[in-house]
Design a protein around this ligand. Structure first.
Ligand code: MN
Length: 751
């Protein structure tokens, strides 16, 4: 591979020729030249395909021109040429030629690309086109890292990224032709924040460095110029030293019999600038350092070179790194060391083999070649170069270890490091990162709790979608909001994030509080009227204070929740009043009156009267079913209740029901149990103590049967749910006097 190819090509930016001269004078690679360039490393290339793509791009871009004044097709040709520089396969080169056609030419869609150039090419072009549509105009640099992750997560084929990077590099090389300073700056910033780091992540160091330098020139030309000038100065000042140390090194290698190439390295202005920014050190400290690269024939020689150098010169502690035994995740391998050479001169050395050098410059792109007569990504070569499995290029490794062939590899080589996330956008382009599997409600709450609270629907990519559909990478999500906050029916299945779930729970609690208040007000009014008092005549806030509450709302809620009875309220207001004990409507809490708060069902008609089946006494925690009984309403039964058998042939009367959140958390219900116990002294006290200890509140006890030796009781116990009742039953069964304790559900089998 020609190491100089990517950067050493005519650098428009550096030379900055006048625009007209560039337009007229810059040579655009011809069809034949491009084919020849590819054929040089890939003799079996399908030249017809390549030629056809070249002609197609040229024809389709037609009269379009670039800001440089050049014909537009020069851009895709340059991009293809850059891809050929790193010796990529023909599908990638063809995609490079066609990468702007779909976006820029109205009449051409991806379908046509597929028909003409095949599915592989179409897929790559489609991927690049999608990346182009991303809006990075958000200036939040803090999001840059997220965008990088986003691109990696959505790029299903590493070649899409390579085409995109080549595209960006060429756009950067021609950036100075662009007229609008604002647009130049935005592109440069984006390159600095997103594309250069991405290139580095896949190991394309050289490309990354060139991108950075071009962006640096746009964003901070004075700083770059100053650094170049200082470098020049230092180089002149140090010219003799530099030559002497290079000679010393060469001599050292010759004496040791190590064959090698020694390259001088000039630090990129931008990397010097970064160091100056980061550390409070002088320019001389960072720049006054000679850097060489020693390229040898094999790994063993790398360590021999290291030994020789460390013998001759003192090694500076903490500057030695062995990336050969522990390569970087992107496959980078090299030995790094800094020594103090003669004249107290610091010398930085990178020692590596030819193959490592290729990987260091071209990263993943260094591993295209022939394998079994097929030209493509060479897994063995990548593996040999230490493209690391375990770390960030996880997906590569998985496939490499599974022994997938190259094609499979390319099809599936998703950079899956961020697989656990889904990257979505607001309509205004703000990035919202959610855990994979997140749904629109999660998105809504991630945007703002007010958005979540009032969410009634969603549009994804402009289309109305179901709330239960998990979001996908790149989705643009617009939350449809209702007038006021309200919990969404069945929200439990519509959110996975803790934030959304706890917010929804809070909303449900608030709504229930409102419902309880209404219910409590109603109960109080009914009781007052029954006692012959017109509620209008009563100062409710005063009554509330008499009953020990701050406000009437608090009192109403307490009555609604059954914490106090409406009779208590009346007694507080009229100390002499004694209500009829049987008729207190607030006495039982889980009863038909409260049922609308406690059970819910999608097919339940709002306002329908609900009854809790007396046959089975359903408790929160029971699986329940409703039956539509004409002229009565819906009767709620435990799913196992034998009564349901009567409706087996009338499925149209069945209603799916479930307990509400409220029923499961706040409500108290009455469970009925049947106990057979020894008829002995004190048995009742023992039973009552056991129930109380298990946190049950006995509402009533009735004797069903009494014999000399045994007694059968039916006990109604107030519990919050089935679980509690089960605990109480267990406590009773553990008593020596108890023979049998079961839930009383007429005819139903015990549990
Ligand atoms: Mn382009």
């Amino acid at each position: 591979m020609d190491g100089s190819a990517l950067s050493a090509q005519e650098k428009g930016a550096g030379a900055a020729p006048p625009a007209e001269a560039a337009a007229a004078g810059h040579h655009i690679l011809t069809r034949e030249e491009l084919i020849a360039k590819v054929r040089a490393y890939h003799p079996r290339v399908k030249s017809e395909l390549l030629g056809a793509a070249y002609d197609f791009a040229k024809k389709q871009h037609g009269e379009q021109t670039r800001d440089s004044g050049e014909a537009y097709y020069s851009h895709p040709v340059e991009v293809a040429s850059l891809l050929a520089d790193v010796k990529l396969d023909e599908v990638t080169i063809v995609a490079g030629l066609l990468h702007d056609v779909v976006e820029d030419v109205d009449e051409i869609d991806i379908g046509e690309i597929e028909v003409r150039f095949g599915a592989d090419v179409a897929e790559l072009v489609d991927g690049v086109t999608k990346l182009d549509k991303l809006d990075f105009s958000s200036k939040e640099v803090a999001q840059a890292e997220n965008f990088q992750k986003f691109i990696l997560a959505t790029t299903s084929d590493i070649r899409v990224l390579l085409v995109k990077l080549a595209d960006r590099l060429h756009n950067m090389r021609t950036l100075h032709f662009r007229k609008k300073a604002e647009s130049r700056e935005r592109t440069a910033r984006e390159t600095m924040d997103i594309y250069a780091p991405l290139a580095r992540r896949v190991g394309l160091y050289q490309l990354a460095a060139e991108m950075e330098d071009l962006a640096f020139e746009e964003l901070n030309p004075e700083a770059r110029r100053a650094i170049l000038y200082r470098q020049e100065e230092l180089a002149l000042e140090n010219a003799n030293d530099l030559e002497r140390i290079r000679d010393d090194l060469q001599q050292l290698m010759d004496l040791a019999g190590i064959k090698c190439r020694i390259k001088g390295r000039k630090k990129a202005p931008y990397s010097l600038w970064r160091k100056l920014e980061r550390k409070s050190i002088s320019f001389r400290d960072v720049a006054d350092l000679f850097a060489f690269r020693i390229i040898v024939q094999n790994t063993e020689d790398c360590y021999r070179v290291l030994g020789e150098v460390h013998t001759l010169w003192a090694c500076i502690p903490d500057r030695f790194r062995d990336f050969i035994s522990v390569p970087k995740p992107n496959g980078y391998q090299s030995l790094h060391t800094t020594v103090r050479a003669s004249g107290n001169r610091r010398v930085e050395l990178q020692i590596r083999t030819e193959a490592m050098d290729q990987t260091a410059e071209f990263g993943v792109a260094a591993h295209w070649g022939y394998k079994n007569k097929q030209y493509g990504f060479d897994i063995e070569s990548a593996r040999a170069a230490g493209l690391d499995p375990a770390a960030s290029l996880e997906a590569f490794s998985g496939l490499i270890q599974d022994g997938a062939d190259a094609k499979e590899f390319l099809e599936h080589a998703k950079l899956e490091m961020y697989r656990e996330h889904v990257f979505t956008f607001t309509p205004k382009g703000k990035l919202i990162i959610l855990p994979a599997g997140a749904m629109p409600l999660d998105f809504a709450y991630a945007v703002h709790s007010a958005v979540g609270d009032s969410c009634v629907g969603v549009k994804v990519n402009g289309e109305v979608k179901a709330l239960r559909r998990p979001l996908k990478n790149g989705d643009v999500v617009e939350i449809v909001r209702g007038k006021r906050p309200a919990p969404i029916h069945g929200w439990e299945g519509l959110a996975i994030t803790g934030r959304a779930r706890s917010a929804m729970r809070k909303l449900v609690r608030e709504r229930d509080t409102a419902d309880f208040r209404r219910l409590g007000e109603g109960l109080i009014n009914v009781a007052l009227r029954r006692a012959g008092i017109d509620p209008v005549d009563l100062k409710m806030n005063h009554t509330a204070r008499l009953a020990g509450f701050e406000t009437r709302e608090e009192m109403a809620e307490a009555v609604g929740r059954g914490k106090i009875s409406s009779a208590d309220v009346i007694m507080a207001a009229f100390p002499g009043y004694r209500p009829d004990p049987v008729d207190d409507p607030a006495k039982t809490k889980l009863d038909s009156k409260h049922a609308p708060l406690l059970v819910a069902g999608q097919d339940l008609t709002p306002g329908v009267t609900l009854h809790l089946g007396q046959c089975c006494c359903p408790l929160p925690g029971d699986r329940i079913m409703g039956v539509q009984v004409p002229d009565k309403g819906v009767v709620v039964h435990v799913a196992s209740c034998p009564k349901l058998a009567e409706y087996d042939d009338k499925p149209e009367l069945w209603v799916d029901l479930k307990w509400t959140e409220l029923a499961r958390t706040d409500a108290m219900a009455v469970g009925r149990i049947r106990i057979n116990a020894a008829n002995e002294r004190g048995v009742l006290a023992k039973l009552c103590a056991a129930v109380a200890q298990a946190n049950g509140n006995i509402v009533s006890i009735a004797t069903a049967d009494r014999r000399p030796d045994f007694i059968e009781l039916i006990m109604e116990i107030e519990v919050e749910d089935l679980k509690r009742l089960t605990q109480i039953l267990a406590a009773l069964r553990s008593l020596a006097v108890v023979d049998r304790a079961v839930r009383d559900q007429e005819g139903a089998d015990d549990q």
